[in-house]
Design a protein around this ligand. Structure first.
Ligand code: GSH
Length: 219
């Protein structure tokens, strides 16, 4: 029995897509448990007892808790190697985990500076500065991803096969649109995300989370 604690549009989308990939390939189901971040449901004593960081995602597998996306992807992939959440070849896998960790520990926290500047500064003026610098840095990172995608062939990050990297890359561009970055200004990245969103496990997760991919509004 697998439970996924998730919040719509959050990074929990990554294991959500991973679990949809597993379900499609093996029939193994999971229970999606909604946590409303905007209502503070991640800070209740009940949720903190499961994930003391007060964050989504959390996986509960047969009653045992697993946190951190990189670890979840590794676990789901090793439990279902036939699904191909990550590459099997050792070097390709290490490269994929390197990118996944970079998404998780560099690109993702940069967006957090834009979305939750109150985590990093107290006064309005300081928060505005954190947000502005975070947005500039985030644009640099998304531009780098756009360059990587422009230089490669295939519909997905790893070529012709959907992987958990695609779910994270989609999430990061969607967040960019929330940060005021027009996704269409990153053409290779934008076109890639349109394709990723069509893949069945991704489309299922988008539907469950009721996501709009492009949240960009002209200022
Ligand atoms: N490194 C963590 C990142 C988790 C994370 O940042 N989750 C965000 C949503 S994308 C969250 O729950 N934020 C609420 C908060 O920190 O208050 C992981 O891989 O699980």
């Amino acid at each position: 029995m697998i439970e996924l604690y998730y919040s719509p549009g959050a990074c929990s989308f990554v294991p959500h897509v991973g679990l949809e990939m597993v379900r499609e390939a093996t029939g193994q189901t999971f229970e999606a448990k909604l946590i409303k971040l905007h209502r503070g449901e991640h800070r209740t004593p009940e949720y903190l007892a499961i994930n003391p960081e007060g964050q989504v995602p959390t996986l509960v597998i047969d009653g045992k808790v697993l946190t951190q996306i990189v670890s979840m992807c590794d676990f789901l992939d090793r439990s279902h190697p036939q699904v191909g959440l990550l590459p099997a070849d050792h070097w390709a896998r290490a490269q994929a985990l390197s990118t996944l960790a970079w998404f998780n520990n560099t690109a993702h926290p940069t967006f957090t500076h834009v979305f939750m500047p109150n985590k990093f500064a107290e006064t309005d003026a300081c928060q505005a500065e954190v947000k502005r610098l975070g947005r500039d840095r985030y644009l640099e990172l998304l531009t780098r991803i756009n360059g990587m995608l422009a230089a490669r062939s295939g519909s997905f990050w790893l070529g012709e096969k959907l992987s958990v990297l695609d779910a994270y890359a989609l999430t990061l561009l969607r967040w960019g649109s929330i940060a005021g970055i027009d996704p269409e200004s990153l053409p290779a990245y934008h076109a890639y995300v349109q394709g990723v969103a069509q893949a069945k496990p991704v489309a299922e997760a988008i539907e469950r989370e009721r996501l709009q991919l492009n949240m960009f509004r002209k200022a």
